[in-house]
Design a protein around this ligand. Structure first.
Ligand code: CIZ
Length: 331
């Protein structure tokens, strides 16, 4: 098989805005504006390395939004995708939340709308709706409770009811069903194309090259991947999972390739290999990678693109998020 490259992919210096600042100049300008405007910069674990490196906090979407609630920042620059910035707005309604690039969407979040959710609710009357955080504010507002990949099992277990409608990720839903077999879980038919593309055969080939490696997989991966994995967890859970294996030198990682940067920073003496056996060319989310340093700079400078969520929607979505936050996380 083709040999693996374990480094996170390098990014280019191409400027879509015709700016001619060096990366160092951009970083200085970002820090200057950040201080001047009392802004906090949040970056998801899947962002490009240079954006992760200028952030005040890196992590998963919920962890980041919670961090923002603890700061006195007036502006939140959310380097992630749209639904994440919306969650930050829902949890921080009095702060200005900026998404640096409008192209930062999410196919999984787009796979469910309030109308399609209504249709599923009609098909499963009386079922409690558990909605993954990868969803729009409107869909959250129509749900009973939210979950993340770090607490999905705990959220479903915490429910008094045995009948659950899990949306929108079918792989995460199937993983939850396997952990909570006593509940009847109807599962919506959405998936993250970045995770769903990986197959067990591909992972097994990578394992042949690194037979002693510990396999860590995100629960958005398909069943044949999580069945092979030694650890199944959220991106934040992956940091703890590596720490749980001090004897291991190499880890095979089945999630979006941006995580490698954070893992290598925290565990510089370990080796991280993408599960697809290359630099993660398949495990690469195009939406997570649209945001560069120039977008962060322009976002701060021009206070663009502001995320606005209707007050009634905020109220409904907040209720679903608050119910979730009362449940302790799995990993
Ligand atoms: O909620 C998040 O941040 C997502 C989508 C994944 C993760 O595990 O960090």
């Amino acid at each position: 098989m083709s040999q693996c490259v374990t480094e996170a992919p390098e990014t280019t210096s191409y400027s879509p805005y015709g700016l001619s600042f060096s990366p160092e100049e951009l970083i200085d300008k970002i820090h200057f504006l950040q201080t001047e405007k009392k802004a906090v910069i949040l970056a998801h674990n899947y962002q490009v390395p240079e954006v992760q490196d200028i952030a005040d906090f890196t992590g998963d979407s919920l962890g980041l939004s919670m961090e923002a609630t603890k700061t006195d920042a007036k502006i939140i620059v959310f380097c992630g995708v749209h639904f994440m910035a919306e969650s930050a707005k829902i949890l921080n309604p009095d702060k200005k939340v900026l998404l640096p690039h409008l192209g930062a969407g999410c196919s999984l979040a787009d796979s469910i709308t309030p109308e399609s959710l209504d249709d599923w609710k009609r098909r499963y009357p009386g079922y409690t709706v558990v909605t993954y955080i990868n969803s729009s504010a409107e869909v959250k507002a129509e749900s009973d409770i939210c979950c993340t990949s770090a607490n999905a099992v705990a959220v479903v277990r915490s429910l008094k009811t045995d009948k659950v409608l899990f949306t929108p990720d079918r792989n995460l839903g199937r993983w939850v069903q396997a952990q909570v077999p006593d509940k009847d879980i109807a599962i919506y038919d959405g998936a993250c194309p970045t995770h769903d593309v990986l197959r067990g055969a591909n992972l097994l080939k990578t394992k042949q090259v690194f037979p002693d490696a510990v396999v860590i997989a995100h629960p958005e991966c398909r069943e044949d991947i999580v069945d092979i994995a030694d650890e199944v967890c959220s991106t934040t859970g992956m940091m703890a999972a590596v720490a749980r294996h001090p004897e291991a030198r190499t880890f095979i990682v089945a999630t979006e390739n941006g995580i490698i940067h954070q893992l290598k920073k925290r565990f510089p003496d370990k080796e991280f290999v993408m599960a697809d056996g290359c630099i993660g060319c398949r495990l690469h989310c195009p939406y997570m990678k649209v945001t560069g340093l120039e977008d962060v700079y322009l976002s701060l400078k021009e206070e663009r693109y502001e995320i606005r969520v209707d007050a009634e929607v905020i109220q409904g979505a907040r209720r679903a998020l608050d119910r979730m936050m009362a449940v302790p996380r799995d990993n």
